[in-house]
Write a protein of this length. Sequence first.
Length: 453
Amino acid sequence: MSDTIIAQVTPIGNGGVYILRVSGKNTSAVLKSVLHCSLQPRYATYLPFYDINDEILDKGISIWFPSPNSYTGEDVLELQGHGNNILANLLIKRILKIPNIRIAEPGEFSKRAFLNHKIDLIQAEAISDLINASSEAAIKASVKSLQGDFSNFIKKIINKITDLRANIEYELEFSEDNINNYIKINFIHKIKKIIKYLKRILFISKNGACLNESIKIVISGFPNSGKSSLFNFLSCKKSSIVTNIKGTTRDLIYNQINFNKHILELVDTAGIRRTTNKIEEIGISLAKKAMNNTDILLFMIDSSKNIKVQIKKFFQLKKNISSKINIILIFNKIDLNNIDPNIFLNNKINFLCISVKKKIGLKNLYSILKKYIKNCKNFLGESIYIARQRHIQEIKSSIKELLIAKKNFKIDHNYEILAYHLQNTQNFLNKITGYINSEDILNKIFSNFCIGK
């Protein structure tokens, strides 16, 4: 923290501009040495950047953020120049010649912001999550965490526990006789409410932790039913080979797409049939395993052939498929026999009639997928926030601690032990926001940030 740090904020390489960030006590020395002037706080000023020989190295925008009104809480200077990587490196080398300035470690700017109480640990992690978000839903959730939504949830519970601990201390200190039953019942009632609130946050947190995970959709079915055609259509590119020859697809083919604010992992599989070809047999075995390892199964049937036989074979296969998997049974090629693009529900399975080739009924497929995506992730709308596995673990530990506290208190009414359990619960929750932290945890979290953040 005593060092002044510098890093390139923009990605390495040539582009429109490069941005360098300097933070720390020696930032004012950079103003004098590189800019040869002082700056008005938080105003963009176009200036030359000078090298060690006072020759102009580059010209660009300089912005000065004096402490404590900056991202890190320290003096911060940002320099924006022409986006040539060599220029950026020359300017960094020039600044590093000033005493007590070094290259920033990964995440060190955000770490200093946390240590200087500009953000809490949840918000610091949300910055990294926002940068690495892989879907629109994950971006919106990361922004909510960055704004403090998740932190506020945790702080409300901590305040409730603090109030309860204060009440216990008061009763122990000032009650002359034994604490009456009404107060005992009231304590148990409050503990139950906190547990209920924590379980709700745990549920939301688990969903938030899933937002950067893809929803898996396996496209399976019988040979030449249109599996690869549907895979290519949903992928918006030709990734799978499409022919009239049975057994063309023999391996699992993957592709990721963004759909309805979420990441979908599409999987094309081999057609299910009996075969003597060993390679195709392996592909069919992989296809059957994939059918049981997915969130949504799109099972394709060729409606131009014997539908009853295909449905019978499908329900035989379904016996080995988990009931937790959402299944859409798709009758493809309806353009060949003039079937209407209908949707109907039977045995908790959506039956859908489409033609991939003629683009008939595909809007119905989109609407069903949207519904199933919500079911897959227990979607909670726009109120969800990003959470990490460490958050979930601390919330679980706090719930477990309160359940033990409630159970023991009902048996022996020992207020000292109850206060002890409440303190432990509060400590678990304080670890989430970073009020209680260890250097190992902080190093692990911030080492995953990019340099410049």
